[in-house]
Structures are given as C-alpha cells and as structure tokens.
Design a protein. Structure first.
Length: 553
C-alpha cells in the first residue's frame, strides 16, 4: 500500500467578506492507491454556499476526524491566480512555494508541514499543482487513464496563468500547447458582466450563481445579428455597473425601443442573453476546432467551470470533431482537490480507479442499498399522486448537481407541478428549467437517439425532444424544445433510481421524473439526514427517503 495523498484547494481570497470574491468552492480530498477515501466540498460542512474559508476550518476538520488522516501522507496544493500558498488558521498545516513564471506540465516541489494535535510536527512530501492541470486531472477518477492522442482542455473564469489552457497527450506524454487569457472576455460574459447581472436581477456578490441562471434564460431569446453587432461595439455593456440607464438609452437610440428597466420578461433583453450564449458557444467551439485541426487529436478531455455550459457541450459533441468527449461531474472548482490528488497518484504510477460521482462522504456511514419492492411501490404511488419526494441516500454527489442521492423528485409530465416545485417550493426564477431523470430506453424514446451519450449521466448535455412526445415530459422541457436529461444507463449508476424508474415504467407507464437538487434556495445541497429533515420541513415537503427508508413528515 502506497502513502496516501492529501489534496487541498483552499487558496485564501484577497478580500475577506461574507461571500466568495476571487476564490470559491474550497474542497479537500484524500486518495490512496488510486481510490478516493474521503472528499469534502467545504460548503456542505460549513453550510455557506461556495465557501472559501478552508484555512479556518481545516484544523477542526482534521482534529475531529471528519477527514481521517493517516500518520503519513503526501500533500498537493492546488493554486490559482491569487496565489500558491496555504496556511491553516493556527499554522499547523501549511504549504509554501515560490510563484511559477510559466505553466509547468508537472508537479512542483514545495515546503509542507503538519502538526497534529499540538504535538511535534512533521515535514511532508509536498507539491504544487497548477489550477489548470488540476481541472484536467479531475477526469481521471471518472474515466480512467487518458486515451492516446487526446486533447486536454481547461476553460474557466481564471486559473493560475490564464483562463484557457490546452495540452496534447500522446505517447503517454503531456505536452503544453497554449495557455492564456485570450478567451477571458467570453467566460466573463457569464460571471463578470454588468448587463448579465442586471438581466438576472443579481447582486454583484452572486457571481457564482449567475452563469447557470443566464444559460437557462438565454433559451428564451433569439440570436439577432444586428443586436449582436451593436452589443460587440459596446463591449457587451460589461462595465455599466451602477448605470443601467446607459444600456436603456442605447437601446432607445439604436432600436427605437423604450424600456423602463432591464427585466427578464422583455423579449429584447432575452435576445441579448441569447447573444451572450451564442458568442460563448462560437468562441469555445472555434477554439477547439482549430486545436483539433492543429493536433489531429481524436479525443477531448474538457474541464473547468465553463464545461458546465450544456448547450456548448452539446454543440461540441454533435459536431463529431472528436471520437469522444469526457467531462467530469465536478468540472468546476469544487473538483480541484480531486484533480490534485488524482494527478499525484497518477505520477506515483498508481492505477486510478473509476468512481461514481457520489463522493461527498464526510460524516456519513456507508449504508448498502437493499432493494425493497414494497417501499419502491409505495414511493411510486406517492409520486403518481402529484407529490414531491426528497431523497437523501448514501454518499452525496460531488460537484454542483444532484444526481439522485440528494434530489427532489416529482412527475415530469405536469407543468403545474414543475412550476410549483421550481418557483414556490425552491423559490427559483420563473425562467429556470428543471431537468428530468430517466432510464436509457426512455431517453432514446423521447429523443429518438440510438445512442445516448455517456455524459448525459451527469446532466452535462441537452437533447431535442421529439415533438410527438413532449406532453409526457412537459414539466422538464426548455422553451426551445430541449431537455437536460440525466440518463440512468445501468443499475450501478444509481441503484435506487434504477429500481424506482423501472417500477414507474413497468407498472404505471411513467417514463421520467423531474430531478432537482435537495436544498433551500441560496443554501448548499443537504449532506446528512438531519439537514434533509430540516430542509424538507422548510420546503413543506411531506415525504423523504433516508437511506432507502421512507419518512412521512
């Protein structure tokens, strides 16, 4: 058995505030012999959304054995453009390293120190991994060894030395192709653009939630070339913070349209959002197309927060420029410690095991799933009556999306139920769609795709729904006729969901359920049974599944 690997992403923010500013989604991962032993998104522990205060909590986490460290371990620190060092609140865990002046295709040695329970400390074999490679290496625990002749790409709001990087994996060697900030203007359309924030009626500190909202909202608009040219000439109104009137006056002057505010219900505003999405899609697609032609790469491994843009992902895959595309379920910053740990384990020549996405396992005992047909039929009957059911089974998902273990489920064929769940139960904006979960055979039925892409198991793609079958899925279809389907391909993907969906299909003719995250608006996804019960009470949900047992509140 080799020495364990502790990986952290906990770079201290430049600004101390009540919300993340430059750094967000701190996380920690413990890996050994290619297997993830412990993983924690800090927000699930601290209960602050996108929390970036790992330096304040990590000693408590270690002392209380929330993450149970062995006596000996190696350490990886994932950096960012903010910095390279990590020092816990009392200095008992620390990593220091000089600032690299270029993007290395390897780990860099640093100084690591750990003092356990106020006893004499030990020096650690410690390494720095750049943010870019940590994103890319997040693919390893879900898809295994990189395939020969692969393009490895990261794209996000900002890493260590750019917001876009590309590497070629060939002859079992990784070669850097490029890294830069040249695509920054496109990622900033979603997280640092004043007009986008006004569209979403968002506060400046809500930059972590704006991208997902804007992506869904964009489907209500239409691309208009004249508006697109005008927006480019005005730098997409990026810097009108505090002055929305600059946008309104320009709209009146150029289009003779007089708006009294930047409201999501207005069709012109919706068209502007559609242009944001179109510009983003074109930028990443054209970049990947050029890189593929340059390298002749056959496969794409793609990560970073921008890889959560499902419309862009779908365009990339449907283009056929790669034989296959791989995107991890925790492709945003919440997966950086997983990537950091996997990269060092890979460098130790450990075979990285393939993992399911249910990795948030701190403070949870492993409860094996036991099929209970009586329970499954009871749950099915509750759902058919139009009820919403919360699920808190086993370990929680890594990443930002619930995939069946921390989910709210409801029938997908009822628009009114969908609106109730989204707007009145979860207090979400009217334009935000819900996603369905279904068995592979039913995904093929709704889309008429002979082969559902494997990334649909992580809700990373959208699919055009056959017009003759929309009524059966009307609660989970976007305004443009697409749906962000989560496909359950086989029993091992999620045993409970597989069994429940099978019974609903075979006994009641129900082909899909709505699946949305089990949380109160503005709060992290629930982690344990206590949080699930408390959230259900606040959300006024009467039925929850707790480790495959039904609780009626």
């Amino acid at each position: 058995m080799s020495k364990a690997t502790l990986a952290i992403y906990g770079i201290c923010d430049r600004i101390a505030s009540n919300y993340p500013f430059h750094a967000h989604d701190h996380n920690i991962c413990l890996m050994q012999d290619g297997k993830i032993l412990n993983y924690m998104q800090l927000e699930r522990y601290s209960r602050r959304k996108n929390d970036n205060r790992l330096h304040e909590f990590i000693e408590e986490i270690i002392d209380n054995k929330v993450i149970d460290l062995p006596k000996e371990f190696d350490m990886v620190n994932v950096n960012s453009f903010i910095g390279n060092c990590f020092i816990s609140k009392n200095g008992r865990l620390r990593f220091e390293c000089s600032v690299p002046d270029e993007l290395y295709v390897d780990l860099l040695p640093g100084y690591g120190y750990f003092q356990n329970n106020r006893k004499e400390g030990i020096n650690l074999n410690s390494y720095l991994l750049n943010h870019e490679l940590a994103h890319i290496a997040t693919c390893l625990p879900f898809f295994g060894e990189f395939k020969e002749n692969s393009l490895l790409v990261h794209f996000d709001g900002g890493a260590s030395l750019g917001n876009f990087s590309a590497f070629l994996y060939k002859n079992k060697q990784m070669q850097r192709i490029e890294n830069h900030w040249e695509l920054s203007e496109y990622s900033k359309l979603f997280n640092d653009n004043a007009l986008a924030f006004y569209m979403m009626q968002a506060k400046e500190y809500e930059h972590c939630s704006v991208p997902g909202k804007l992506m869904g909202f964009a489907s209500f608009g239409q691309f208009n070339e004249e508006i697109a040219i005008w927006m480019k000439e005005n730098n997409f109104f990026k810097n009108i913070w505090g002055h929305p009137d600059l946008f309104l006056k320009s709209v009146a002057k150029n289009f003779n349209i007089f708006l009294d505010g930047i409201y999501s219900e207005n069709s012109f505003v919706q068209n502007c959002a559609a242009i944001f999405q179109s510009e983003f899609e074109s930028a990443i697609f054209n970049k990947l197309l050029n890189l593929q032609r340059k390298t002749k790469a056959e496969y794409l491994y793609y990560s970073g927060g921008c890889a959560l843009n499902i419309s862009a992902n779908t365009k990339i895959i449907n283009s056929g420029i790669f034989k296959d595309v791989y995107i991890p379920p925790c492709c945003n910053d919440s997966g950086l410690s997983i990537g950091g740990a996997a990269f060092l384990e890979w460098k130790k020549n450990q075979e990285i095991q393939k993992h399911l996405p249910y990795l948030n396992n701190f403070s949870l005992g492993k409860t094996p799933y036991v099929r209970n047909l009586e329970l499954l039929n009871e749950v099915a009957k509750i759902l058919i009556k139009g009820n919403i059911i919360g699920v808190c089974n086993g370990y929680a998902e890594c990443g930002p999306r619930a995939l069946g273990n921390r989910s709210l489920l409801a029938l997908a064929d009822d628009k009114e139920l969908s609106a109730k769940l989204s707007m009145y139960v979860k207090k979400r904006e009217w334009f935000r769609p819900l996603a369905p979960v279904m068995l592979e055979k039913n995904a093929k039925y709704f889309t008429e795709n002979n082969d559902m892409h494997h990334l649909s198991k992580y809700m990373l793609l959208d699919f055009k729904i056959n017009k003759n079958k929309t009524e059966e899925l009307q609660g989970a279809i976007h305004i443009n006729g697409t749906s962000r389907i989560q496909t359950i391909f086989e029993e091992k993907d999620n045993e409970f969901l597989f069994d429940l969906l099978s019974i609903l299909h075979e006994n009641y003719g129900i082909k899909a359920l709505i699946n949305t995250s089990f949380n109160i608006g503005g709060e992290p996804i629930v982690q344990n049974e206590f949080q699930a019960i408390e959230a259900a009470k606040k959300l006024k949900i009467e039925h929850i599944i707790l480790d495959s047992k039904l609780l009626n509140l």
